[in-house]
Design a protein around this ligand. Structure first.
Ligand code: M6R
Length: 603
């Protein structure tokens, strides 16, 4: 959820913090703030603003803050409304400690009571403020041992950054649950919630693990466990380029990320094939059951993955929302494999469900986009999508890359189990390698789809229908539209429509029917006829050259022909373009839709 950034070095800190906050804004955008060890006044200066980073930036324009050590924060409100007083950073009673925090302090009420009894006055309604006062209360002349004491008192999930007038040449980071990376520079170091925030300055990172505290100076980074013992950390080299965190001429990140898909699909194919871990496929060979757990768009990828893994690898698969899976009485034995899918690798629901399953004896696999993310580090095996940073809150390129990786996983497992032949495997790879060019072709229809967006953008509801592999794509189409345009939308298996949702259909309702020429085509056409008979406004996604379906539809978007099992990667693209343009034409904040955060690190 919230984004945190910190800097210590010789640069003027305010531009570094603002640059980082802009890169992190997708994690939360209710309010933002910075705290700087101000050279002139010898105080910690704190400035906050409700709203976006640009509001904070304007607010700081005529302030002359001079300093080279500071923290910044963009907030997604959990405790307390999005007001200035609740915005981070929060300072201690004396103003000598400033704190930024991402996560939730579950025992904050008890700590607050204790601190209030000692005379500490609270300004905000946040859980975070207790951390600032705790630092002041427990300070014993050494900020590291104070941080260890504070960490022992905090319950919940948190990533915390602290600066202090007591030891002005240090930034303290504490991590449990929420992510923190430390960017390593020469004569300068950085603290951030994730890598893109500081990619401009460094490619070398230390990723903190849960239960670690870091002491960061301009020339050193020392990491300790909660017993105060020094921990040796590996340096992770990241090859993402800075351009991937820029809009590159597109109006929104989402639009740019939609257009990156031919490359991200091709990169995911190449990356997957060059990093095959035979241990994973040995495990999959005699697995009794595979659970896929995920949230949102990643869950929809999992639903498609189920079809492929059952078809090609002949492994029974169950797909669950991670938040539901965690609290149900699932059956796990030593042959159970649990696959968590997550773009960020930080989604709390997915992480904690996977950790619980691991404790119960399951083998765990993560499919993530963010290198070094918590899910990747906590799982027995890791698979990656190779998309670079995805900044738009709506997942697009990572969805089609997840599909690609899941298909490849099913083919590799199927080949090793003998459930598909080497000839089929070769043929499938050949067909898959044609997909990036086919996606490129669909992207050429953007202007046509934009016209459709203009035509349908004032509808108050949408229905999305698909069958079999394209049913999850209908769910994904509805989710995309809802989250960025705020138009109500439902995704349904087309065959299920007659059992209820058909009652919604009237002459005002746009019904997006995903109807490629696959083995369900005839059945899909019957469902379209049912919609037509009730005067629904039919928009079809159909295979090039299908003129029959055009005559049934008010509008048709064509996609290139492919194998039945590959269609979902193609049919996903018009869903993304349509919802993107509807939201954009309606003037919505496409990259940062209301109430949402890109990375959801609370349950
Ligand atoms: O990072 P994750 O893939 O775990 O995120 C899961 C969902 O929060 C995410 O897919 C969300 O639904 C997106 N906003 C969808 O566009």
């Amino acid at each position: 959820m919230c984004g945190i950034i910190g800097y210590i070095g010789d640069r003027s800190v305010v531009p570094v913090l603002l640059y980082g906050l802009q890169r992190l804004e997708y994690r939360g955008y209710d309010s933002a703030g910075i705290s700087v060890l101000d050279k002139d006044s010898g105080r910690i200066v704190v400035e906050k603003k409700v709203g976006k980073i640009k509001d904070l930036q304007e607010h700081l324009w005529d302030k002359k803050i001079k300093g080279c050590v500071g923290l910044g924060h963009s907030r997604w409100a959990t405790h307390g409304e999005p007001t200035e007083v609740n915005a981070h950073p929060h300072t201690s009673h004396s103003g000598e400690f400033a704190v930024v925090h991402n996560g939730i302090i579950e025992n904050f009420a008890k700590l607050k009571e204790e601190l209030q009894a000692k005379g500490y006055q609270f300004k905000s309604d946040t859980d975070t403020e207790v951390i600032a006062h705790l630092f002041e209360d427990l300070y014993n002349g050494d900020i590291l041992s104070t941080a260890l004491e504070v960490a022992k008192r905090l319950e919940g999930a948190y990533a915390v950054g602290v600066i202090s007038l007591k030891e002005p040449d240090k930034i303290i980071a504490i991590k449990k649950g929420s992510p923190i990376v430390i960017g390593l520079g020469k004569g300068e170091n950085f603290l951030a919630s994730d890598i893109p925030a500081v990619l401009e300055y460094t490619r070398d990172f230390i990723i903190l693990d849960d239960g670690e505290v870091a002491v960061i100076t301009k020339d050193s980074v020392d990491v300790y466990n909660l017993n105060g013992e020094k921990v040796e950390k590996k340096v992770l080299k990241v090859d993402w380029d800075t351009a991937s965190a820029e809009k590159g001429g597109y109006k929104h990140f989402m639009q740019k990320e939609i257009h990156e898909q031919p490359k991200t699909i091709a990169d995911t194919i190449a990356g997957f094939l060059s990093s095959i871990d035979e241990g994973l496929f040995e495990t999959l060979k005699d697995t009794s059951r595979l659970y896929i757990i995920a949230c949102g768009t990643s869950y929809h990828a999992g639903l498609v993955g189920k079809f492929w893994i059952e078809k090609f690898a002949r492994i029974p698969v169950e797909v669950d929302y991670a938040s539901e899976y965690r609290y149900r009485d699932r059956v796990i034995d030593d042959k159970t494999v649990v696959l968590g899918i997550s773009q960020s690798g930080e989604t709390a629901d997915t992480r904690f469900a996977l950790l619980d399953a691991k404790k119960e004896g399951a083998k765990t696999v993560a499919l993530v986009n963010v290198v070094g993310s918590s899910l990747a580090r906590e799982s027995d095996y890791v698979l990656y999508t190779y998309c670079g940073p995805e900044i738009g809150v709506a997942a697009t390129k990572t969805f089609t890359a997840q599909l690609t990786a899941l298909l490849l996983l099913s083919l590799e497992a199927g080949l090793r189990k003998g459930s598909i032949s080497p000839q089929f495997y070769q043929e499938a790879h050949k067909r898959l390698s044609d997909i990036p060019a086919k996606v490129e072709k669909i992207l050429e229809s953007e202007d046509f789809i934009k016209d459709l967006a203009y035509k349908y953008m004032n509808a108050s509801d949408f229905l999305f229908l698909g069958r079999n592999l394209n049913y999850p794509i209908a769910l994904e189409g509805a989710l995309k539209l809802k989250e960025i345009s705020y138009i109500h939308a439902e995704g349904y298996p087309a065959g299920e429509m007659k059992h209820g949702p058909i009652a919604l259909i009237d002459e005002k309702l746009p019904v997006v029917c995903i109807a490629p020429r696959d083995r369900f085509y005839e059945k899909m056409v019957s469902n379209i006829q049912e919609v037509k008979a009730r005067k629904g406004r039919i928009i079809t996604v159909a295979t090039d050259g299908d003129s029959d379906i055009k005559s049934l539809s008010e509008d048709t978007v064509y996609i290139p022909e492919t194998e039945d099992y590959l269609y979902p990667i193609l049919t996903a693209i018009p869903m993304q373009i349509l919802s993107y343009h509807i939201a954009s034409l309606l003037g919505k904040d496409v990259d940062q839709p209301r109430n949402l955060a890109k990375t959801v690190t609370v349950e």
